[in-house]
Write a protein that binds this ligand. Sequence first.
Ligand SMILES: Nc1ncnc2c1ncn2[C@@H]1O[C@H](COP(=O)(O)OP(=O)(O)OP(=O)(O)O)[C@@H](O)[C@H]1O
Ligand SMILES: [Mg+2]
Length: 171
Amino acid sequence: MDAPQFDPQAFGLPESPALVLDLSDEEVTRRLGRALAQSLDAGAFVGLIGNLGAGKTTLVQSLVRTLAPDAEATSPTYTLLNEYETDPPVVHVDLYRLETYDELESIGYWDYAESGFAITCVEWLDRIPEAWPREGLILEMERVDSQRTARLWATPGFDTVAADISERLTS
Ligand SMILES: Nc1ncnc2c1ncn2[C@@H]1O[C@H](COP(=O)(O)OP(=O)(O)OP(=O)(O)O)[C@@H](O)[C@H]1O
Ligand SMILES: [Mg+2]
């Protein structure tokens, strides 16, 4: 069965992505993670949408390691939320096993996501669209067999951040 198509309009995003990237190997995914680490400030939100094995956790790992080379970012699938004491801190959430928005609220999600102190990265954001603060970046990662593609979407307030990320990847 095909995964439902990502609908940028439903997330209040423009019609076209700010950046489309062919993730030809894992190093390209890691470079994108590094570019995000270098371009994002505390308070930024990054939603990660994409099928199993698309590279969402790999990207967050790279982002965390760029901010703190010794930090180990594991998949938070079983813990729901991991917080890394990087500078700025990174909050890594995985909604894959979450059933309801109430569950998310009960772990204090918004205290993390809207604290302004951390970069918040949320895998499987499309499973609980209410978790999207409607401001920030959405990275759509698609894997078809061994082909991987990333599309970076930005709300208007994050246009310059997206341009900065593109610049880092192309220069
Ligand atoms: N271009 C690539 N980018 C990212 N990962 C790649 C790439 N090529 C191969 N891989 C491999 O694919 C796997 C991606 O796994 P990862 O856990 O990052 O995916 P995910 O999107 O978080 O999946 P899940 O939905 O299960 O959380 C890793 O084992 C990685 O080594
Ligand atoms: Mg993952």
